[in-house]
Design a binder for this molecule. Structure first.
Ligand SMILES: Nc1nc2c(ncn2[C@@H]2O[C@H](COP(=O)(O)OP(=O)(O)OP(=O)(O)O)[C@@H](O)[C@H]2O)c(=O)[nH]1
Ligand SMILES: [Mg+2]
Length: 327
């Protein structure tokens, strides 16, 4: 083993050893190579890791066969997917039970949840997917569990305010940071090859009805990242009503309604798009080929007068009604 390997390298190596899929192993190897000190003593190790990496990438380009079922793969539904992360018994399933119709297992013993359980949260006329998950501890996460987080839109870290907030937060942050799962200046949403990498995250602080004094303030002080904290109680209902709106805001999406020319808009099924989307983005979302024929759009909504003609690059706002005109 070459000298001078850093704690960051060993973290990445731990990630590599615990990975259960080739995609995850590739990400971990890339991280090991990126954080490895560059000197003569690491030349052999570097060559070895590069060989492993290229073998894994070759395997990835070959046809995938077999009938392996990944229970941690949760197909996306709704306008965005938020996946819960937390230590045993912290109250994850209770949140999903309170906000969705999903059949989850709420229990006063740890590890009551064994696999992901998706449910739909409704915010006004938008549906957002919320996924209950098995717990993690400092030493254990289920094999493959990281895959659910890697493929979601946002991670909700759940902290039990009646427990040891520092320990819970440490376990969750270590899980996320050691796998490059948190977006920051050095960790983008996608790696150089457009594979999903890091996520936005926020904190749901639950059991506010039995919180230890000063727990939320302690937690905020511990946190070195610009995370948002939302306080709730699944038992008394405090903060629950607002939670769906918080999900919607943090997902940074907008909803817009399409209107056929000369007819009323369909106000029942909005299209949801990333905030900042344009008229052209909406047209492409509805029909990629039709979008090439888009001439202009009329809009009723924010920052325009009713029925104003706009160009393809006009940026849409939440709740805009759009009439697309094609050539
Ligand atoms: N007082 C209080 N108890 C809560 C609250 N939320 C959950 N609980 C209780 O905490 C215990 C654990 O809740 P769960 O929702 O099953 O916790 P979990 O995080 O899903 O647990 P695992 O699946 O084992 O990881 C249950 O006894 C719940 O009734 C809350 O807001 N206030
Ligand atoms: Mg549970």
């Amino acid at each position: 083993m070459p000298a001078n390997l850093t704690p960051e390298y060993f973290k990445a190596e731990k990630w590599y050893k615990s990975a259960t899929t080739n995609d995850e192993r590739i990400l971990a190897l890339e991280r090991m190579l990126a954080v490895m000190p560059k000197h003569k003593g690491t030349d052999h190790l570097k060559a070895d890791l590069r060989k492993k990496l290229s073998r894994l990438k070759d395997a990835g380009t070959q046809k995938k066969g077999g009938s392996h079922v990944d229970i941690f793969h949760v197909p996306r539904g709704g306008a965005g997917q938020i996946v819960l992360l937390g230590t045993p018994n912290c109250g994850k399933s209770s949140i999903v039970a309170a906000l969705t119709n999903a059949k989850v297992n709420v229990a006063d013993f740890p590890f009551a949840t064994g696999g992901p359980v998706p449910g739909m949260v409704t915010f006004e006329d938008v549906h957002i997917q919320l996924v209950d998950m098995p717990p993690i501890t400092a030493d254990y996460s289920a094999p493959g569990q990281v895959g659910t987080y890697r493929n979601c839109d946002m991670v909700a870290i759940v902290i039990d305010l009646s427990g040891d907030v520092a320990e819970q937060f440490g376990v969750c942050m270590d899980f996320l940071e050691s796998r490059n799962l948190l977006i920051d200046a050095e960790t983008p949403a996608h790696d150089d090859e457009s594979n999903a990498l890091a996520k936005e995250a926020f904190c749901i602080c639950t059991k506010s009805d039995i919180a230890k004094a000063g727990a939320l303030e302690n937690l905020k002080q511990l946190c070195k990242r610009p995370l948002e904290f939302v306080e709730i109680s699944a038992v008394t209902g405090t903060g629950l009503k607002e939670l769906a709106g918080v999900f919607y805001r943090l997902l940074k999406i907008i909803r817009v309604y399409a209107k056929p020319p000369g007819k009323p808009a369909d106000m029942t099924e909005p299209f949801t798009l990333p905030a900042g989307s344009t008229v052209m983005d909406l047209a492409t979302h509805i029909h990629r080929h039709l979008a090439e024929k888009l001439k202009f759009a009329r809009i009723w909504g924010t920052g325009v007068y009713d029925g104003q003609n706009t160009q393809r690059n006009h940026v849409l706002n939440d709740k805009d009604i759009i009439e697309l005109h094609f050539s």
